[in-house]
Write a protein that binds this ligand. Structure first.
Ligand code: AAT
Length: 279
């Protein structure tokens, strides 16, 4: 195999490789190693601590699926918080919803925002001055602890549960998220691969379930994330995201999400259902 390769160590026993033709950026921020590489298959790829965060060509799956399921399940999502997600993809999807009046991005690492604006202008399109978007460079747990019944929807677009992202998978954090939400609020967190992160799902799902009356897991297919199958967990106080009829859900300008897929994403393989039951 000729040329340069980027290799992600996904587990101790599995590596994922992409041929690259350029390293566009590489720096050590106060929080993590940040790099942008040009892959032949997926376009530009954002890496944090040598793990894939997003790519030009498959980012739509993750960003649409982390946002529209909750956004479309809430009848009036006026104030929305995205924690992490410094590339801007999730908040770009949030502001597609006309009812949104204010969308706040709370990202711990300002360098992720800067690199994304420079190298991923389409993903970061609403980070360069959008009337509804406010950007906070701060730790997500600190911000949710200060907010009381403020948000309709909170989306936890966090990195892996190592480094600065670890705190975003704790009971203390989900409790603070619940308190930062209004009495009919809804949250979604990215909860990793059901193939490679089974222990995480087995703990995080019941933790969210002990805080929110309605807790459900759904799936999406993301080729550049470990195993290609990705999970998201919804915690909701009132609205059941699975109970809404597809014909009642808003059609949006999307490439992956559809109202029928919204419902279908909650149909789980048996082994994933077992994980949600701690089995
Ligand atoms: N939109 C897909 C990209 C991500 S990046 C997740 C972001 O969460 C990173 O920019 C990281 O700096 C930020 N982050 C980590 N910890 C915190 C924190 N405590 N508070 C606020 N932001 C934080 C998600 C990738 C998903 C997994 C890919 N395998």
């Amino acid at each position: 195999m000729s040329g340069m390769w980027f290799t992600e160590e996904q587990t101790a026993n599995i590596r994922f490789g992409c041929r690259i033709n350029n390293i566009l950026h590489s720096e050590k921020t106060d929080f993590q190693d940040l790099a942008v590489v040009e892959t032949l298959q997926w376009g530009r790829m954002l890496l944090l601590d040598n793990l894939v965060m997003t790519t030009d060509k498959d980012e739509f799956v993750y960003h649409e699926m982390i946002s529209h399921v909750a956004m479309n399940s809430h009848p009036n999502p006026k104030k929305v918080l995205v924690i992490g997600g410094g590339d801007g993809g999730t908040i770009r999807e949030v502001v597609k919803h006309a009812k949104v009046e204010k969308a706040v991005l709370c990202e711990i690492d300002g360098q992720v925002i800067e690199a994304s604006k420079k190298y991923f202008p389409e993903i970061a399109s609403v980070l360069t001055g959008h009337p509804k978007v406010d950007i906070l460079v701060a730790d997500g747990i600190k911000h949710v602890k200060e907010a009381k019944e403020e948000y309709d929807v909170i989306l936890v677009d966090s990195s892996e549960p190592i480094g600065p992202g670890a705190v975003l998978f704790t009971a203390e954090f989900y409790q603070a998220v619940s308190e930062a939400l209004k009495p009919d609020g809804i949250m979604v967190a990215q909860t990793e691969s059901p193939f490679y992160n089974q222990e995480l799902i087995q703990t995080v799902f019941p933790t969210i379930g002990s805080i929110f009356p309605i807790t459900k897991l759904y799936l999406a297919s993301i080729p550049t994330y470990p195993s290609g199958l990705w999970s998201f967990t919804v915690g909701s106080k009132v609205y059941d995201p699975e109970a809404i009829e597809p014909r009642e859900l808003a059609e949006l300008d999307t490439k992956y999400y559809t109202p029928y897929l919204h419902k279908a994403a909650f149909a789980l393989p048996q082994f994933v259902r077992n994980l949600t039951e701690g089995k």
